[in-house]
Design a protein. Structure first.
Length: 300
């Protein structure tokens, strides 16, 4: 069955023999044995190659899924102990803005290995892409068996340096009182709305909703960097823009803990060893500066 499954999937005896590490003659012999056991013809000559009979197609359909599971189980159980690299999954914005700019340092560090970053994996991607580790946002659900909280982010008020320079003699209160406030639908869903933020700082405005409105945090970050106003967004997603000088954090306004956080997850059924453990340690160290350690601003 193993030989027949490989022939049916790969479309030829030679390709199946290469995958299985045996001769083409051995594969043909196994298929003939299977045909004898089942009492049915499974393959037929088709030009220079072979094709499947109706019975062969039926058998191939029945055994395809079990053999796929066996192949993936073997690959998964052997990963993260291998020196050839790590498949790392993450959401698109977090992967592109926070992770990507850090991974080169891990890859070139002593003991580092190549990383293949897979952004926006769907629920089945851990199997489909053979993901060794995945960073997944969690709003508070019970963690999976193999999971740990990697990063508990914090929200900050962000503005472009040019917008801050437009009022050189004012403090952060003056800026938040005059500048347009960028509204973000994702921020509203996460409880990071401007109304509550300003109330906790004793700032009253009747035009809170007059600024631009965007869908996602990453859109809010870009709008703020372009000078459209002040955004309220997770510090992790603003990290690259702040380091490049396109954005500034209003540090004196304080930061507030984000609801939920990013969990580090690895497949069920095995521990995390070797390069995977080294990457886990590296990511923990990188995430430390982004947590809000009781830094919520008090109303004045």
């Amino acid at each position: 069955m193993r030989a027949f499954e490989a022939v049916a999937r790969l479309g030829g005896v030679a390709a199946a023999a290469d995958e299985l590490g045996v001769t083409s003659g051995a594969v043909s012999q196994q298929i003939k044995l299977l045909e004898t056991v089942l009492g049915a013809k499974l393959v037929k000559r088709s030009g220079r190659g072979i094709g499947l009979t109706a019975e062969g197609r039926a058998v191939a359909t029945l055994i395809a899924e079990p053999f796929r599971g066996l192949r993936e189980a073997g690959q998964r159980l052997g990963r993260c102990d291998q020196p050839d690299g790590i498949n790392l999954g993450a959401s698109g914005a977090f992967g592109a803005r926070w992770l990507a700019r850090r991974l080169d340092r891990f890859e070139t560090s002593p003991g580092g290995v190549p990383i293949r970053l897979i952004c926006d994996p769907d629920p089945g991607a851990m199997d489909r892409f053979q993901i060794d580790l995945e960073i997944r946002f969690n709003l508070g659900e019970a963690p999976e068996a193999n999971a740990m909280r990697l990063l508990s982010d914090s929200y900050a008020a962000l503005a472009s340096p040019s917008l801050i320079a437009a009022g050189p003699d004012e403090d952060w209160r003056g800026l938040l009182s005059r500048a347009r406030l960028i509204q973000c639908e994702e921020a509203d869903l996460h409880g990071a709305d401007w109304t509550g933020w300003l109330d906790r700082r004793g700032i009253g405005r009747g035009d809170i909703h007059a600024g631009d409105r965007v869908a996602l945090f990453e859109h809010a970050v870009e709008a703020a960097a372009s000078g459209r106003g002040v955004a309220l967004a997770p510090r992790s997603l603003a990290d690259a823009a702040v380091d490049s000088g396109r954005l500034a954090i209003l540090h004196d306004a304080g930061v507030e803990p984000a609801r939920g956080g990013y969990d580090l997850i690895w497949p069920q059924g095995r521990g995390l060893r070797g390069p995977g453990r080294a990457l886990k340690t590296f990511l923990i160290e990188e995430s430390r500066p982004f947590a809000a350690v009781g830094a919520q601003a008090s109303p004045i």
